[in-house]
Design a protein around this ligand. Structure first.
Ligand SMILES: [Zn+2]
Ligand SMILES: [Zn+2]
Length: 331
């Protein structure tokens, strides 16, 4: 088995060939004004544990040592939405894909036909009088006291690398996803972080989801799946916040087994939605997404190959990783 010790900070999860869209009509969207008995509504009680240093740069700017830390709901929502997209459940809405050819079938939903991710997380249809707010609401975490930490930094902020220059053109047909690392690398300029192994609590309300929407939301939130039907035990971690390429931002989210409040549906228990997720494990992106987000299998460090690739004509990121791994020793 090839062991990579130093790896490019991110990889590409292949796009699905297409994404299913359904008309978003008042009848099938469920609406926001009432809880439908044939759909699922409730609240997930969640815990987020930082597995590495964690930073939201704009929010954690020069905190006072007594300042508590919290994570805004919008940050959590964005992280979970992008996982649901990379899983293959959504179009390319709200994704930075500069210079990348988005397959026609994944163009952002703009009319009343909405993909699962847009139905659940919201979008702005072209002709609609107002945007669709989605069927899920992420609350901010409760504030917790922390001992603020700064990772080692280079004195000057790093120049922004020219995006995509360093990447394999052949690999561009996918979602960019950052991987985890065991070590924190240098960051550009001083930043303030929440230490690792801190635990935040937050709530996620969901309203009028069908079984598949609920399964995708639950998986994208917890990155955890275990079921009797097929032999997959999955437990991955998110990458959230600033300086992901330096190894920051690994977070594990756990979701209470039963929602704190499970409203109005005909069954009071969570439906057995488990294998609604199996369809997504069969898509072209799953193996790569799993590899990238596996915290236990993280490489030692993340290294940007930018300048190396410029001096090695026709070399690939894989060759860069192999060469740099060979010269490093695993402790
Ligand atoms: Zn969409
Ligand atoms: Zn399953």
């Amino acid at each position: 088995m090839e062991i990579y010790v130093a790896r490019n900070p991110y990889g590409f999860v292949p796009f699905p060939l297409s994404v299913d869209r359904l008309p978003l009509t008042p009848a099938n969207a469920g609406g926001h004004d009432r809880y439908r008995r044939d759909l699922f509504s409730g609240t997930f009680d969640c815990k987020l544990r930082t597995r590495t240093l964690f930073c939201i740069k704009a929010l954690f700017d020069k905190p006072n040592s007594k300042d508590p830390a919290y994570i805004p709901g919008s940050t959590l929502r964005g992280a979970v939405r992008s996982v649901a997209q990379a899983l293959g459940a959504g179009c390319a809405a709200f994704v930075e894909l500069k210079d990348v050819e988005v397959p026609k079938k994944l163009q952002p939903c703009r009319d009343n036909n909405a993909c699962l991710v847009c139905r659940v997380f919201g979008y702005a249809p072209k002709k609609a009088e107002q945007s669709w707010a989605g069927k899920v609401r992420f609350h901010s975490t409760l504030p917790i006291p922390v001992v603020w930490e700064s990772p080692p930094s280079s004195p000057m902020p790093k120049p922004k690398p020219q995006r995509f220059l360093e990447e394999d053109p052949a690999q561009l047909a996918g979602w960019r996803v950052f991987r985890h690392a065991r070590e924190i690398g240098l960051v550009g300029g001083q930043i303030w972080c929440v230490p690792k192994d801190q635990e935040f609590s937050f709530l996620v309300d969901f309203q009028n989801l069908d079984a598949e929407e609920l399964a995708v939301l639950r998986f994208a939130l917890s990155l955890r799946h275990q079921c009797a039907t097929h032999n997959q035990h999955v437990q991955l971690c998110h990458k959230i916040g600033y300086a992901k390429a330096s190894g920051l931002g690994s977070c594990q989210i756990t979701v209470t087994e039963e929602p704190a409040a499970f409203l109005a549906s005909t069954t009071r228990a969570l439906p057995a939605t488990g294998c609604k997720i199996e369809t997504y494990f069969k898509l072209p992106g799953w193996a790569k997404l799993r590899e990238l987000l596996d915290f236990e299998a993280a490489p030692q460090t993340l290294l940007r190959p930018g300048s190396w690739l410029q001096t090695h004509d026709n070399a690939s990121i894989a060759e860069f990783e192999t060469q740099h791994s060979a010269t490093m020793t695993i402790p």
